[in-house]
Design a protein around this ligand. Sequence first.
Ligand code: ADP
Ligand code: MG
Length: 373
Amino acid sequence: MAELILKDVCKIYYKNKKPVEAVKSLNLKCRDGEFVALLGPSGCGKSTTLRMIAGLEDITSGDIYIGDRRINDLHPKDRNIGLAFENYALYPPLTVYDNIGFNLRAKKIPEKQIKEEIHKIAELLDITDLLDMKPAALSGGQKQRVNIARALIRRPEVLLLDEPLSHLDGKVRQKMRTEIKHLHTEINCTTIIVTHDQLEAMALADRIAIINQGVLQQFGTPLEVFNNPVNEFVAGFIGEPPMNIFNVVAIMENGILHFKTENSLIKFVVPEKYIRFVKEGEKYRFGIRPTDITVCREDDSYTVKTKVSVFENLGEECRIHIRLDNDNILSVVSSEIFHFKYGDEIKLKFNPERIHIFDCKTGQRIEKALQMT
Ligand code: ADP
Ligand code: MG
């Protein structure tokens, strides 16, 4: 168990002699025993980061530490790291038992001790019944468990998981997710999981590092990144269905500052907490989550009267979609079940406490954007 620290870590690949900056000055401090998710779209540099930590890829610049040990120049096998990738890469001719024991045998550990260790880890992952089987006979979930057992048998200080659930579908994926979380509480080893699935990151991690185009956007707990996204990218990436984000302009009406969409379909008073950041005549990116809009009957400063475009009843919740303009649909998710149809008039209330405002040019959360200038 140990802290894992990345200091200004960069990675430049050369593709046809042209540099590709896969990871740009990444700083990350994972606490001892912490479960961290690296989250971001495909190609943002997650696997590259993991591979640099594991020592499978050179670091262009920067430093990586496990505890107070700088590991930049250590051989992968000397880093005390366990690795499990998405493609299980189990040796097909070997049984599960021999697959798990492979690395211990390579270290010339006595056979009796290997046997004990394999049985201990197999019990932990609930794969004792599979030990005599060959990989081809296993289901996806079982293969992934063997894969993780193989990574854990070395008793690593740091466990790295690269999209371990991406090959699994539906229910198996859900189940395996719960098992990984449970496993982490048992072994309590500093763990980094790479995923492009925000829900997976939210469900598993103590903290999430959200990366876009090689740049760390935000590192925080699931609640922090959900409630207080630092920029429009994070706001749009976290949450399903995604946050509604559209253009508004600030106008003065009867001496009161209002936000309104260009076509005036939405217009209401600027919430108190934003008054000091918002300038009359300026354009902003306005964000609100579908669950932060409610269907209401009364009128107040935060209600909007509009018409239903699409209505979906999903049983435990219903979803109402409103066309704002050619490019934008406003979605509402309600746990109270309604029955609407196309064209029905509807009143919506936007929770003023849950509105997010971003700078049009930089995408930064407005409170932050102003702090930086
Ligand atoms: P992710 O895991 O987030 O999907 P990767 O870390 O695999 O992303 O890739 C990040 C970027 O680096 C991508 O633009 C990818 O094309 C590039 N890249 C990854 N591996 C190599 C490589 N071996 N050679 C050249 N470019 C690479
Ligand atoms: Mg990857």
